[in-house]
Design a protein around this ligand. Structure first.
Ligand code: ATP
Length: 326
């Protein structure tokens, strides 16, 4: 039995739209429950350098609609070493922080898992990443907004693809996961998605050529996941140039614009619910878990499973994409 008087909150890894809504929710829920909140800046780096400030309810006013993270984020190599984590723990002791809420992706939770075990620190994770690659949750904060950003961009690319009768490879983020690529392909009416999950089974590019791009149309858009295993949009375009020079191929790499912008309503609501759930979980003496959402219900997922188990794209969606691109 322990009592939590003060929590630390940080955002880590890549930024994702909706992180601010999560910071707001965690902060206000903690204060609502009589818990002091310390904001840690620049992810685990701030825990090592001691860049920490107490947050009151007004510190999180007017941020629910803002993209990025007001706490800043960073990738911190020192936290990957036992020495770095020891300094982080000393900072926590000095600041009187009893528990942590960490908002980030699989790397963030890997670090949290190790740190929590080493120093017996209660830590709860809130999934904030556009990649949606964490096992045990239907969605991560930022994924829906990023997908909408991609769809808006592809709609624009389609105008020029049509006018010039071209084949466009549009590269989207997602690391080694094809969620963004597959779902944005469905939502934008693209001809195909080339995703890492399928590459061991067949050559997706050859399959596309063999089936023929849609004959009734004068342009085609293929969404490509950025993973090295797909070859990326540039790699695929070079292959097309060599093997099928009859196609007029263009490449668009959407890059960091996918991360920015105001979070959509879905991500704001998700972040608000997950933030409340994170504090509830700590009060319930849970630790080393990630908050997830499954069938619109909040769930608790052990870090060990969230980061290790493989989350699969739904293969039915590939079938839908194929049917609708005839
Ligand atoms: P995103 O999926 O958006 O990139 P992420 O949380 O996966 O987010 P990473 O850069 O992989 O982003 O991880 C964030 C931070 O977590 C790292 O900079 C590091 O400080 C910490 N971290 C990652 N892996 C470990 C590890 N094995 N041990 C300790 N800390 C780690």
């Amino acid at each position: 039995m322990y009592r939590i008087n003060c929590i630390g909150i940080l955002t880590s890894g890549g930024d994702a739209p909706g992180m601010n809504a999560a910071i707001r929710s965690v902060t206000r829920t903690a204060i609502f429950n009589g818990i002091q909140v310390k904001a840690i800046y620049r992810g685990y780096k701030g825990l090592i350098t001691g860049e920490i400030k107490e947050f009151h309810t007004e510190d999180v006013s007017n941020i629910i609609q803002r993209g990025g993270t007001i706490l800043k984020t960073a990738r911190c190599k020192e936290f990957m070493t036992p020495e770095g984590r020891q300094v982080a723990f000393e900072t926590m002791q000095r600041e009187g922080i009893d528990a942590l809420v960490v908002i980030g992706g699989d790397g963030t939770f890997t670090g949290a898992h190790i740190f929590g075990q080493e120093y017996n620190v209660p830590i709860v994770g809130v999934p904030g990443t556009i990649d949606n690659d964490l096992w045990g949750t239907d969605s991560t904060i930022g994924y829906d907004t990023a997908m909408n950003t991609i769809v808006e961009a592809v709609d624009k690319i389609r105008d020029t693809a049509n006018s010039h009768e071209r084949l466009f490879f549009v590269e989207v983020m997602g690391r080694d996961a094809g969620f963004l690529a597959l779902n944005s392909a469905l939502a934008s009416g693209a001809e195909a998605a080339i995703i890492p999950e399928r590459l061991t089974k067949e050559d997706q590019l050859e399959e596309l050529i063999k089936n023929g791009f849609r004959k009734s149309k004068n342009s085609s858009i293929v969404i490509v996941a950025e993973s090295p295993s797909t070859g990326g949009a540039q790699g695929l375009a070079e292959r097309m140039h060599r093997e099928h020079p009859e196609y007029d191929v263009r490449v668009t790499i959407l890059g960091h614009l996918q991360r920015g912008g105001s979070p959509k309503a879905y991500d704001r609501i998700l972040a608000s619910r997950m933030g409340v759930a994170a504090i509830d979980a700590l009060l319930d003496e849970q630790r080393s878990i990630m908050i997830g959402i499954v069938n619109d219900e909040i769930v608790h997922v052990p870090f060990s499973k969230a980061i290790k188990d493989d989350k699969q794209v739904n293969p039915d969606k590939l079938g839908v994409l194929q049917i609708l691109s005839i």
